[in-house]
Design a protein around this ligand. Structure first.
Ligand code: HSE
Length: 440
């Protein structure tokens, strides 16, 4: 059997998972890869009791791994974007293939890294960067290669899905559930990355680049977090037959590409509505295959290691089978690891997207109010799909009108809201959330 060598940089949650799963399943993985894969060098600032590295040398300076001439594939699992970028570019410059789980690195520096990799004809593989253990990048790149992708939408952050699920199931407040997510280790070190949608934006830009063959344009993504979602939002959505999920959505239309992360109402009988807790799920609509769904663990030590090892095997298969022919470098487009046929696309400003909308209008409880609200909508050509008005509780002088519209341009719904908010019977800013049916 040919041998392929791996240098592992980072022995944190994911790195230790890779080391342990590789050790546990070595025979199985090697048989499937058709070559013998060995971790020959580890770079880690400290040792871990739950990950004995045995006779494998461990360097405290991770750059020693990328300088090691016996390493074929460098696995970057240190996180962050500065040192990780230097490390990956150095590995590529040294002619090594790279596997990384680092979504922020790919989202921000992917173009530079892929260009360097193409120049050196080495692979950069990053399955674990999106949705942890779910092989969504391979699904888009390989399994769905025949399709024109219409849209990709998914729950791509486990922390926010856990928070929304717990709020709904246990009636707990956002802040309390966030603390619980941090205790369970779901949240990023800085929870802002999760709850404000930044982590999901990193993942979505990567998915869009593969789905639509477009550049990684992280700065153009519209990102809205879940911090404004209260129990009241969740209960009202339920009454209309919806659940609130924090979705990343990339959709291509004749006008351009929508790229957004935002809390979204989805029908409660849709598959994605049933993906609860810290789980992730991604739906892809292909023109030939129709809607497909991929679900599983989006984070965690061994689920993420599963994706990292899949990439190691992909690269190992390619370089071991063609080593003699290509001196262990393959033309990168042939290997298909990096997005190819890139062409820039117009990314739509958020007020140009089309969506259905959920509105909650708190109004004075008096005759004629409901009809003024519905007239404001119909005047703008917006149709109402469902509407409820809550009975006022004893002593209350205000009521909520909650409705879902048909699909309209966002700028249209914004001007209707501005119109409604001018009315003297409106007691508070109108709550507006986007609604997606996702092929259901
Ligand atoms: N904090 C991330 C999540 C981990 O909650 O999904 C993986 O990116």
């Amino acid at each position: 059997m040919k041998k392929v060598t791996v240098g592992l940089c980072g022995l944190g949650t994911v790195g230790s998972g890779v080391f342990n799963v590789m050790a546990r399943n070595a025979a199985l993985v090697n048989a499937r890869a058709g070559c013998e894969i060995n971790i020959v060098h580890v770079g880690a600032r400290r040792d871990r009791a739950d990950c004995p590295t045995g006779s494998v040398p461990v360097s405290r300076d991770i750059f020693a791994v990328v300088e090691d001439p016996q390493v074929d594939i460098v696995v970057e699992l240190i996180g962050g974007t500065d040192t990780a970028r230097d490390l990956v570019l150095k590995a590529i410059a040294n002619g090594k293939h790279v596997v990384t789980a680092n979504k922020a690195l790919i989202a921000h520096h992917g173009a530079e890294i892929f260009a360097a990799a193409a120049d050196k004809q080495v692979a950069v593989a990053y399955e674990a960067a999106v949705a942890g253990g779910i092989p969504i990048i391979k699904a888009l790149r390989d399994g769905l290669v025949a399709n024109r992708i219409e849209w990709v939408a998914g729950i791509i952050n486990g922390t926010t899905n856990f928070i929304l699920t717990e709020m709904r199931d246990k009636g707990s407040a956002f802040a309390d559930v966030l603390k619980e997510a941090q205790r369970l280790g779901y949240a990023e070190a800085d929870p802002t990355f999760d709850v404000e949608g930044i982590d999901a934006a990193h993942k979505l830009v990567i998915l869009a680049s593969i789905a639509f063959g477009m550049p990684l344009e992280i700065k153009k993504i519209y990102t809205e977090g879940i911090t404004k979602i209260t129990l009241e939002y969740i209960r009202y959505a339920e009454e209309l037959g919806y659940r609130i999920k924090h979705l990343g959505i990339a959709r291509e239309s004749a006008d351009g590409v929508e790229l957004r992360v935002n809390p979204t109402l989805v029908p409660d009988d849709s598959l994605i509505a049933k993906v609860d807790g810290a789980k992730n799920a991604v739906m892809v609509m292909g023109d030939a295959v129709g809607p497909t769904v991929y679900s599983g663990a989006g984070a965690g030590s061994e689920p993420t290691a599963s994706a990292v090892i899949a990439d190691i095997v992909d690269v190992a298969r390619a370089i071991s089978h063609d080593k003699s022919k290509y001196d262990h470098h393959l033309p990168v487009p042939y290997m298909g690891f990096v997005p190819s046929a890139i062409r820039s696309r117009e990314i739509l400003p958020i007020d140009s997207i089309h969506s259905a909308y959920y509105l909650r209008v708190v109004v004075a409880d008096k005759p004629g109010v409901m009809s003024e609200v519905t007239q404001a909508l119909s005047k703008a050509g917006v149709s109402i799909e469902a509407i409820i008005q809550k009975e006022p509780q004893r002593g209350e002088t205000q009521v909520s009108i909650v409705l879902v519209t048909n699909v309209v341009r966002e700028s249209v719904i914004n001007s209707v809201i501005a119109d409604i908010e001018q009315k003297d019977f409106v007691a508070a800013p109108v709550v507006r959330l986007r609604v997606e049916t996702l092929g259901t």
